[in-house]
Design a protein around this ligand. Structure first.
Ligand code: C2E
Ligand code: CA
Ligand code: CA
Length: 652
């Protein structure tokens, strides 16, 4: 019981939100209450002026006015202040104490006037007290404790006082006031409970909203993370890039956007399985995240073995390229896994905002293109997107457009480059090289249109068109002359193209032993597993397989050993300085030894001068290709060459 009573008269210190809500509602009504109190009191003083002594009509009320004024000014002055829950509770408690003081003060004063004047004045006292208490209960609606306290302080004595006057009218008024006040208190209780519930549910809703917010932030965080490496993911990168670009633009700052693609990751993944592949990616992710911290850049895994970075305001283009090169240097360090030690590399493409890209889309496209260029031309390098590259992009997209609508059998023709055997002093074969004379673009180089055809899915049709014509041409040659034919890795990757090639071969009746397919070492190493299986299949049919551009790729001896190739075609970059460089001589010698150990032929490409030929012959090499021995020529010229060789050998 005592507890309930206490609860009624106390400020809810355990519910800070409720206290704050009470405070802010109360703050709006309390000036009105003081004004009403003063106005009613002035009216009562006036009706008693001259009837009661001045101490009661002027003196005592003045003290009460001062107290009310003091409180009123306090509330008005502080109404704009932001208050804490503790301050609100303290001020509500202060109000509670003042309610007692003012309640007692005004009640005592009103009773003291009852003895003066006639019935009307006495009636005014009763009316003043009744109407004022009802007004106060209304104003204190949000502060239940004060309202209830006031009812007890004022109404208790009121009822006792007027009941004891013996005047029936006053006794009835006392009963009326008592009933009205009880009804008001009842309504106030309902209102207050609703108010408290409303505040509590508001608190609950706020808590729910906060929890929902927290969960959505957590979801957002997870949605932006790559679950394998813990780095940011592509989704994050795309949004971050847009934001950083906008910020850089408004601050007139530069931004370097880069992409890194691992070199040699796929063979590791293919050979040792996804478990090892994942470990490699996790470790690379760890290194890149440390490096990002060191370099002050942001990094993300864009997918597979591709990563992206954003570098803020690089001092220069070179600084951005250098930062990317340091990331790649970290990637290149050997990885010590429990199972084995592996090494992967990385190539990178970088573009600079606003110099070479204006939007996130362009940044992606340009960095990706520079990366593609690095992978194609300079593996392990960082390539900066430049205007020259941009021109090339435009040209390549034109090439793509044209190749898609080209009439392959008419626009593409064949050139044949002799393969020379020094020991037999004869042309032992020809390599077929595709030539394109586009009606729109003019002659297009094969190192331009082949990659484009690979990318846009035209390579299969092109290969098949060239192959059937090459077989037709080679059928006119003597039986001991080989046909060497370049294949793209896409050709042996796609079963339908390989089947198409073998079908054309079978239909032509051409001896498979006279056919050699050339595959670049780099392409084979990238698709090692699938390439190895298909190379074995071709070899079983009697077809030769040569590893083209050998020496520039990243194959290791163990891997080559497992490939049943019939020839290595040494890349022409080793031959260029063969006359001056003993290093190049040693490399050629080593590669020749390697070929001998693998039991396959060693063909030297790109021999341009007599001096080079002499040095190479002295090293013991016998199979050559190059401008010195013969440039790529027409079908008729190739046939002429064979015929004249035949004639001169028989004449001798
Ligand atoms: P590749 O297979 O290494 O072909 C040899 C390239 O070197 C040819 O360039 C040839 O003209 C050139 N070459 C030959 N001897 C010399 C020399 O002494 N010095 C110099 N500087 N260059 C020499 P081409 O015809 O421009 O072909 C470029 C590449 O395009 C080829 O390189 C080959 O990878 C590819 N390619 C050409 N035709 C085809 C084709 O029908 N199918 C496929 N998949 N690729 C082809
Ligand atoms: Ca070739
Ligand atoms: Ca080659």
């Amino acid at each position: 019981m005592l507890l309930i009573v206490r609860k009624f008269f106390s400020i809810p210190a355990d519910k800070p939100e409720l206290a704050l809500a009470q405070f802010s509602a109360f703050q709006r009504q309390v000036p009105l209450m003081y004004l009403m109190l003063v106005a009613n009191t002035v009216a009562l003083s006036l009706t008693h002026a001259g009837l009661a002594p001045w101490q009661l009509t002027v003196g005592a009320p003045s003290i009460l006015y001062l107290l009310c004024g003091y409180r009123l000014v306090g509330w008005v002055v502080r109404r704009k202040q932001v208050v804490t829950a503790e301050a609100a509770i303290a001020r509500l408690r202060g109000t509670l104490r003042f309610t007692v003081v003012l309640g007692v003060g005004f009640t005592a004063w009103a009773f003291s006037l009852y003895g003066y004047g006639g019935d009307l004045e006495k009636g005014h006292v009763a009316f003043y007290m009744a109407i004022t208490i009802i007004g106060c209960i209304f104003c204190l609606m949000h502060l239940r404790a004060s309202a209830v306290l006031l009812v007890f302080i004022v109404l208790g004595p009121y009822v006792v006082f007027f009941a004891s006057t013996g005047v029936e009218v006053f006794q009835m008024i006392a009963v009326n006031v008592l009933l009205v006040s009880a009804a008001l208190l009842f309504i106030l209780q309902i209102y207050y409970t609703d108010f408290a519930n409303l505040i509590a549910s508001r608190k609950e809703i706020q808590a729910q909203q906060q929890e929902a917010q927290r969960l959505s932030e957590e979801n957002l965080r997870l949605a932006n993370l790559d679950s394998l490496t813990g780095l940011h993911n592509r989704r994050w990168f795309v949004t971050a890039l847009e934001r950083r670009l906008a910020a850089a633009e408004s601050a007139s700052e530069r931004l370097a956007i880069g992409m890194i693609d691992l070199d040699g990751f796929k063979p590791v993944n293919d050979a040792y399985g996804h478990g090892v592949g994942d470990k490699v990616l996790i470790e690379i992710g760890r290194r890149l995240s440390l490096a990002a911290e060191r370099e002050g850049l942001e990094i993300a895994r864009l997918g597979g073995d591709e990563f992206g970075f954003i570098l803020h305001n690089p001092a220069s283009d070179e600084a951005a390229v250098d930062a990317a090169a340091r990331l790649i240097a970290d990637v290149k360090q050997p990885l010590d896994l429990p199972e084995l030690t592996v090494r992967v590399g990385g190539s990178s493409g970088v573009t600079i905002f606003p110099d070479h890209c204006r939007s996130a889309e362009e940044a992606f496209e340009h960095a990706d293109y520079a990366l593609y260029h690095a992978k194609l031309t300079r593996r392990g390098a960082v390539i900066l997107f430049t205007q020259a590259l941009a021109t090339e992009i435009a040209y390549r997209s034109l090439v793509e457009q044209e190749i898609k609508r080209a009439d392959l059998d008419r626009e593409f023709h064949l050139a044949f480059q002799p393969l020379w055997c020094e020991s037999g002093r004869r042309t032992y074969g020809f390599e077929v090289l595709a030539r394109w004379d586009s009606p729109v673009l003019g002659p297009v180089r094969p190192d331009v249109f082949i990659p484009v055809a690979e990318r846009c899915g035209m390579i299969g049709a092109l290969t098949l068109s060239i192959f059937s014509r090459a077989l037709k041409a080679a059928s006119a040659w003597p039986d001991d002359v080989l046909l060497s034919f370049n294949l793209s890795i896409k050709d042996i990757e796609a079963p339908q193209i390989l089947e198409g090639l073998l079908e054309i071969l079978a239909r032509s009746g051409f001896d498979p032993h006279r056919l050699v397919f050339e595959l670049t070492e780099t392409a084979v190493m990238q698709k090692l597993q699938i390439a190895a299986g298909n190379i074995r299949r071709l070899r079983d049919l009697g077809i030769g397989v040569a590893l083209d551009d050998f020496g520039v790729g990243q194959s290791n001896l163990g891997q080559i050993h497992r490939l049943p190739v019939s020839a290595l075609k040494i890349d022409r970059s080793f031959i260029a300085d063969i006359c001056e460089s003993t290093v190049s001589c040693n490399i050629i010698r080593t590669l020749n030894d390697l070929a001998r150990n693998l039991d396959c032929a060693c063909i030297i490409e790109g021999v341009e001068t007599q001096e080079q030929a002499a040095v190479l012959k002295a090293l013991g090499l016998t199979l050559f290709q190059g401008y010195f021995f013969g440039r790529p020529m027409s079908e008729a010229a190739a046939l002429d060459r064979l015929q004249s060789e035949y004639a001169s050998s028989h004449a001798a």
